[in-house]
Design a protein around this ligand. Structure first.
Ligand code: PLP
Length: 437
């Protein structure tokens, strides 16, 4: 089918996720992607783009990996799907749970599977509430998270999300959720003081868990100071609150370590993950819980744990995830993420040194950001979206973050990216920033 016909059908029948329905109706899809190879995406009309966001921060091993397709085909031929409810099980899910337990921090050894990040965070919220309930602490059900945090679009995950734009569509649960200031806004000491204040205001005996991303991704790649999570851990221990690290973006090598929280050398009680676990080749996520939580669940849960998705532990998804992790390990992609992140930072710093419009630049592995400084004459004018447009014209897909007063360009390329490809990205970025300066 040709591009014009596809655009008409798209407008008529396809409600796009996180998009402006009006714009979609008016203009139709701008890019109809047909294929992917490495860091590149090609549209149906033959335009080639560098996918500098790994699509939605998730295609960590890059596009077009036929090894994954082969593993999926073999698994589908053998057993495409079978339930993991109750006492049913299958080898791929068992082996994936073991593999993830081996990779996760030492005390986190049991995994509950989901189909993606939002389901993982909603599952974590329900698991921590259940954990307290079966120990007689029925009132411990509140979740504290940070402003600018993004945790997904299921009802619990939306409510934990600290970006109010996501509450506009259909509201959010105000009871049971509260948000504290993040370290990007105010630094470690004040952010910790803000979390403490929220805990005290809510009543410490009513707080179940703190849910935080090691690096806030959708909020604008906000990297906390080096002492932040030690302080978070101390505060959680002081109040006996569980600490959940949302590693949906930061997990599986994105930050130059297997899990982002390793940069701070602390252990959370739960980790939620998705995206990079399969690099987008299959929708799969999950929650890793500590031995302590696992023991309590085993000893004190009564009857059936009424929580499970049809696709929890999907055998094909699990086989894909195992192959994806094998690729990450065999090709040294976590290390490449660290090294290429340094290259990316070097390039971003060069642009900053040259162009006064550029503010803070930062990377942690292959998660990076460039801030655009506000023009004092028109402080509300956001320029990052224009840079994104200019990048687009030069064959690069990137993402702007413009919540609150921020004006940020984000980067999250596949972990396979090379030094030369980073240089090309930097050149195109420099040209694009020049168009708005
Ligand atoms: N948590 C974080 C940190 C995310 O960045 C995302 C998605 O971008 C989610 C959760 C939600 O994941 P999903 O879109 O797979 O539901």
């Amino acid at each position: 089918m040709n591009m014009k016909e596809l655009i008409e059908l798209d407008k008529k029948h396809f409600i796009h996720p996180t998009s402006s329905i009006q714009l979609q109706q008016e203009k139709g899809a701008k890019l109809i992607i047909e294929k992917g190879e490495g860091i590149y995406l090609t549209t149906i009309d033959g335009k080639v783009f560098i996918d500098a966001m790994s699509s939605l921060w998730n295609v960590n091993i890059g596009h077009g990996r036929t090894e994954i397709a082969e593993v999926a085909m073999e698994q589908m031929k053998k057993l495409a799907y079978s339930s993991a409810f109750s006492t049913f099980s299958h080898e791929p899910a068992i082996m994936l749970a073991k593999k993830i337990a081996d990779l996760a921090p030492p005390k986190l050894n049991a995994v509950f599977f989901t189909s993606g990040g939002s389901e993982s965070n909603d599952s974590a919220i329900k698991l921590v509430r259940h954990y307290w309930k079966i120990q007689g602490q029925h009132d411990r059900n509140k979740i504290i998270s940070l402003k600018r945090g993004y945790h997904g679009v299921a009802v619990g995950a939306t409510s934990a999300t600290g970006i109010p734009e996501f509450w506009n569509m259909a509201g959010h649960m105000e009871t049971g959720f509260a948000h504290a200031k993040n370290p990007y806004e105010v630094g470690t000491i004040k952010s910790i003081a803000s979390i403490r204040e929220v805990i005290e205001n809510e009543g410490p005996e009513t707080v179940a868990a703190l849910l935080v991303e090691p690096v806030q991704g959708a909020g604008g790649v906000l990297i906390p100071p080096s002492d932040y999570f030690q302080e978070v851990r101390k505060l959680c221990d002081e109040y006996g609150i569980l600490f959940v690290a949302d590693e949906v973006i930061t997990g599986f090598g994105r930050t130059g370590k297997m899990f982002g929280i390793e940069h701070w050398n602390v252990e959370p009680d739960l980790i939620t993950f998705a995206k990079g676990v399969t690099s987008g080749y299959f929708p799969l996520g999950g929650v890793i819980v500590s031995d302590e939580i696992h023991e309590v669940l085993k000893e004190k849960s009564e009857g059936v744990l009424f929580h499970g998705f049809t696709y929890s532990g999907h055998p094909t998804g699990a086989a894909v995830a195992l192959k994806n992790i094998e690729i990450l390990e065999h090709e040294g992609l976590v290390e490449n993420s660290r090294l290429m992140g340094e290259e990316l930072l070097k390039g971003l710093k060069e642009i900053k040194a040259e162009l006064r419009i550029v503010g803070d630049v930062r990377t942690i592995g292959l998660l990076g950001a460039m801030e655009i400084l506000h023009d004092p004459i028109s402080p509300n004018l956001k320029l990052a979206p224009r840079v994104i447009e200019a990048l687009h014209e030069r064959g690069v897909i990137c993402r702007a973050v413009t919540y609150d007063d921020s004006d940020i360009i984000c980067f999250s390329p596949p972990l396979t990216i090379t030094k030369e490809q980073i240089q090309t990205l930097i050149e195109k970025l420099r040209e694009s920033v020049l168009t708005v300066k």
